[in-house]
Design a protein around this ligand. Structure first.
Ligand code: ADP
Length: 299
């Protein structure tokens, strides 16, 4: 409702802006025709006219950008509320059942597993929000040590396999000869958070069965890269850069199936940039999988 209202006001202000531009042009043309002999005034008038038009265009652009940002904040609050409420409601339900009914041992174990998975999800969301908050402080100190990137990636993959009950075939790992044992100077926990985010996204956005390949490679002597490729829903060319913005989620009904906060890739980008590296996405298009690459300076 609020988003609809904002969109209406955006349309109103856009139309308003365009009308003002048209009126200004009409005035200017009329004015020029009437005063064509008075050159000095003409020049002055044109300068003012250009200033007014520039002001109007800047004003309208700023307004539209603000409205878009507010829409994203609303969507973020909705997504986070949902992500917090759903696992809590689920845990509550299982606890109530355990309290009020006789449940056999096998079902009880199943309930405990589901509750654990729900609390993991809850913790994941809270950690992501906290992490995004911390990331906003650019001068925050990081704990720099030598990190063996290959080992770190293998740890992340093991965790994801366990969390989603995936076999070796579903998540394959390759390491090029030149990248074996490559080290980077960085914060182990932060880098693990970045790689985990990419791998978890690759699993989440694989709609027809998980098939991931994760590669450790050395594109040149001074860099080392982690490449996460999935065979999932893919990304439209226009979205490849936008997805790294804070709160940004690809719009559309299709996306409603995939829950999230729009913070993950923003966190990844912030971490990677703080380590002097870069991260980028590639995709052949919708339905054709995606590849995310983190490139870091090698020690
Ligand atoms: P979230 O997953 O919580 O929405 P992210 O910041 O991790 O937030 O991702 C932003 C958007 O990028 C997602 O909403 C999704 O549309 C797109 N995206 C991220 N990873 C992938 C992927 N592996 N395949 C397809 N789309 C992706």
């Amino acid at each position: 409702m609020r988003i609809g209202g904002r969109r209406k006001s955006a349309i109103f202000f856009l139309t308003f802006g365009i009308c003002l531009v048209v009126i200004a042009i009409a005035l200017n043309v009329g004015w020029v025709l009437l005063n064509w002999r008075e050159v000095a005034l003409l020049v002055l008038g044109i300068v003012f006219f250009i200033l007014i038009i520039t002001g109007l265009v800047l004003n309208t652009t700023f307004l539209v950008r603000e409205i878009r940002r507010n829409e994203q904040h609303d969507a973020f609050i909705n997504a986070v509320t949902h992500e917090l409420k759903t696992p809590i409601a689920s845990i509550r339900l299982y606890l109530e059942t355990l309290k009020t009914r006789e449940v056999d041992e096998a079902r009880r174990a199943e309930f405990y597993d589901t509750m654990l998975a729900d609390s993991d999800r809850l913790l994941g969301t809270v950690e992501q929000v906290l992490h995004a908050g911390r990331t906003a402080h650019k001068r925050r100190p990081i704990n720099v040590t030598r990190v063996d990137l290959g080992q770190l990636v293998r740890e992340c993959l093991e965790l994801t396999r366990r969390r989603h009950d995936l076999d070796e075939e579903a998540v394959r790992y390759f390491e090029s000869e030149s990248a074996r044992g490559a080290g980077v100077a960085g914060d182990h926990d932060e880098l693990r958070a970045a790689v985990t985010n990419l791998v978890e996204n690759a699993v989440k956005y694989s709609d027809k069965g998980v098939r991931l390949s994760v590669e450790l490679d050395a594109p040149d002597e001074r860099h080392v890269a982690v490449r996460v490729t999935d065979t999932g829903i893919g990304i439209h060319r226009k979205q490849l850069k936008r997805i790294f913005k804070r709160f940004y989620r690809v719009p559309g009904h299709f996306m409603a199936r995939f829950k999230g906060t729009g913070l993950g890739l923003f966190i990844v980008r912030s971490i990677v940039e703080r380590h002097g590296g870069r991260v980028y996405a590639e995709s052949e298009g919708l339905g054709r999988g995606s590849t995310f690459t983190i490139q870091l300076p090698r020690l």
